[in-house]
Design a protein around this ligand. Structure first.
Ligand code: GLA
Length: 707
């Protein structure tokens, strides 16, 4: 192969790159079985009249100095000079599917290093690093990652959200101009998850070509997709820096966060399956390879009201239901009786726990469960001993009165005294108590993040990673959950340090159906915290049957979030039933391929998991609202082997179906429900299964098992 053309290859994706005289992606798509380097000549572009006299590439640096009239990959200066760098490749290092391209601009005195790695899963990882080679500070305003996509990418799908309503997809057409999203909330944010997808117009779950991106970063970000007047399209992603935040002294470097990119010619499912495989193989590091334990979290059960004797009775009840990990939430530490005090005082509240935590932990363990605890280390309440002793420990700008959020402020993690204090308190908690699991919360957005008067959000985010990394080293057997008022800090960089996300504070099953579907584009079920809440949702006041709540929580890392002591026998039976069902299915749910089905009825969601060997699958059909049509149609089951035969069985359904009656919805049930059937995979895929008529806010679970 010619020296300057590189091909990265995996079973599902290929990338072809030019490395000289500049770095440029020539191809990112399906694997090429017959590629020869001469073929790239076909891509040599015309130079149209009325424009610059030379061809202008979209390089990995996206330099405007090469005539790219768009958002450049680097914006910065040296007191007003060296502001439009153009890089030439110096050196290329390749080892298998990993490439490092080192380029320099010796006028501006800058080195730019591109790292690319195509994983076996098909996920392409990219990172850029800028180094200042000259004396004097280089003030860096922006450092972005740029990926070209073909002209066919006519549509963008991205995610918006808010507290209690995370991961809501929206679509915009990409014909002219730009799509741009910015998160300035100081954490990954509920508002804009740092990801988007471009695709051939009309792409859907099961069809169409798509190119998806996720920026693994827990701070502010900017993502954009642009169409230039020449019709070319590019996607760009970057951490967003505050004015003057990044200065590089001579010899200093700054790296972008890692960008993760997944291409699929088979719709969004193909993209997600690659992302999931990648997460499973590379980002998730569980201390022990064991099934994900079913949780009980006390928050919606008792809130701040901690009485150890009562908590022990909750634990007993939880163990009977089949719970495997018992977590005490907010309210255990000194002075924490409500959400307006005590954050920062990470000492046990001895009035609530006069005999310490040990009796509770011992009971929980004697019942065969793991023990978990809630913390929110980055925060400080103005009404706390910590604040009274160290009012200067805030992440703030001196002289300004910044707004509180949930009555609390953020600590400046770049202050070594703060870092050491938090490390010491967490070391005490995890070292002195037998804690298996930590729910790490972060309940406010960040305003004016100042460290010694300078903007400090990037440093704050990196210090948080350092704090996690140090704690993980000190306590390698402890698992961590990333929570930020629910889904405010869900991304791949925090996932390298954690094992589960609290998806949303909203346990309303109807809302959860959409939130979890949104999250499933990038995350596999085993990291998606999904709890059965009480019958009346605490966040919406809606009421749902235990069946709908149970099935909705089934397709994640399951838990219950309530006071099991106070629940009725009927509810208890329900919790036990869905916990048992989850345990039965979790080997499949937590290892298989997630498949979202395109439904012709927007009021119906179909979602399933197929085993890698295609010998087992479960699908949930959820009716969210009143069915659009009186007949729900045929569910054509994707992912099965055509030649194999499958036993089709209804694993769970509302009473109107399980009692073999149609209730008010049907006079006659579909035949396969009355009489279990064995059917070929081909028939199930091509012709399908007639669905029953479902009430709004109910669901059924169907299993397919190869015979
Ligand atoms: C946040 C979390 C909740 C709960 C409370 C405790 O809102 O998302 O799950 O832990 O804090 O204060």
């Amino acid at each position: 192969m010619e020296q300057n053309i590189l091909r990265l290859t995996s079973p599902s994706t290929d990338v072809v790159l030019r490395t000289q005289p500049y770095a440029e992606i020539l191809y990112w798509g399906e694997p090429l079985s017959h590629f020869s380097v001469e073929d790239i000549q076909t891509l040599t572009r015309a130079v149209p009249n009325g424009r610059l006299d030379v061809d202008t590439p979209v390089t990995l640096a996206a330099e405007s100095g090469r005539g790219l009239f768009g958002s450049p990959g680097i914006e910065g200066h040296r007191a007003g000079k060296d502001w439009s760098p153009v890089f030439s490749t110096l050196r290329v290092e390749q080892s298998g599917n990993q490439v490092i391209i080192i380029s320099e601009d010796n006028i501006a005195g800058l080195r730019l290093t591109h790292e690319l790695n195509l994983d076996n899963s098909g996920v392409l990882q990219l990172r850029n690093t800028l180094t200042n080679l000259k004396p004097g500070n280089y003030w860096l305003d922006r450092l972005a990652l740029t990926l070209p996509v073909p002209e066919q990418a006519g549509e963008v799908m991205a995610f918006h959200g808010r507290w209690l309503r995370e991961f809501q997809p929206h679509r915009v057409s990409l014909q002219h101009g730009s799509y741009q999203q910015e998160n300035r909330r100081g954490r990954t944010s509920h508002e804009y998850f740092p990801a988007f997808i471009t695709g051939k117009t009309g792409f859907c779950e099961q069809q169409g070509e798509v190119w998806g991106l996720h920026l693994g970063w827990s701070g502010n970000h900017r993502l954009r997709a642009d169409v230039k007047t020449d019709g070319r399209r590019l996607m760009q992603a970057e951490a967003l820096y505050l004015p003057g935040e990044i200065q590089l002294a001579e010899g200093e470097s700054l790296a972008t966060p890692w960008l993760y990119a997944s291409h699929s010619a088979q719709g969004l499912n193909g993209m997600s399956q690659k992302f999931h495989r990648f997460v499973r193989e590379h980002l998730l590091h569980f201390p022990q390879p064991k099934p994900r334990p079913v949780h009980l979290n006390t928050w919606e059960g008792i809130y701040f009201d901690h009485d150890p004797q009562y908590i022990i009775s909750m634990a007993r009840q939880a163990a009977e239901l089949g719970v495997e990990r018992f977590i005490i939430d907010d309210g255990w530490f000194r002075g924490r009786h409500h959400d307006r005090a005590a954050l920062g005082d990470w000492y046990l509240d001895e009035q609530k726990y006069p005999n310490g935590l040990t009796p509770v932990i011992q009971q929980v363990k004697a019942l065969g469960m793991e023990f978990g605890i809630w913390v929110e280390p980055e925060m400080i309440s103005p009404d706390s001993d910590l604040y009274r002793a160290h009012p200067d420990w805030l992440l703030a700008l001196p002289g300004y009165q910044q707004p509180a959020g949930r009555y609390q402020y953020v600590l400046d993690l770049q202050n070594p005294a703060v870092f050491d204090y938090l490390l010491a308190r967490m070391d005490w908690l995890l070292g002195e108590q037998e804690i298996d699991y930590v729910k790490w919360d972060m309940n406010r957005e960040i305003v004016q993040p100042g460290h010694q008067g300078h903007p400090a959000l990037t440093g704050q985010t990196q210090a948080l990673y350092r704090l996690f990394d140090t704690l993980r080293q000190h306590h390698p057997n402890v698992e961590f959950e990333s929570c930020a008022s629910g889904g405010g800090r869900i991304d791949y960089e925090i996932l390298k340090r954690t094992h589960r996300f609290w998806t949303s504070d909203n346990n309303d099953a109807l809302e959860r159906q959409q939130i979890q579907r949104g999250m499933s584009y990038f995350f596999p079920p085993e990291v998606m915290g999904a709890h059965i809440g009480g019958k009346f949702s605490h966040t919406t006041s809606r009421q749902h049957s235990i069946a709908f709540r149970g099935l909705t929580a089934l397709f994640g890392h399951m838990g219950v979030e309530l006071d099991p002591v106070k629940e009725s026998p009927e509810e208890q039976q329900g919790f036990a039933r869905y916990i048992a069902l989850h345990k039965q299915l979790r080997p499949l749910l937590h290892s298989g391929d997630v498949v979202r089905v395109d439904s012709h009825d927007p009021a119906m969601l179909i979602h399933g998991v197929v085993s890698p060997q295609q010998d087992k699958a479960v699908f949930m059909v959820s009716q969210l609202a009143m069915p659009t049509w009186s007949l729900p149609g045929q569910f054509r089951v994707p992912g099965l082997q055509s030649a194999a035969h499958y036993r089709v069985s209804l694993l769970d359904a509302p009473d109107l179906i399980t009692l073999q009656q149609g209730g008010h919805a049907m006079k006659i049930l579909p035949a396969w429900i009355k009489q279990p059937m064995v059917v070929s995979g081909e028939w199930l895929q091509r012709a399908g299964l007639a669905l029953p008529v479902l009430d709004p806010e109910s669901a059924i679970l169907i299993e397919f098992k190869k015979v």
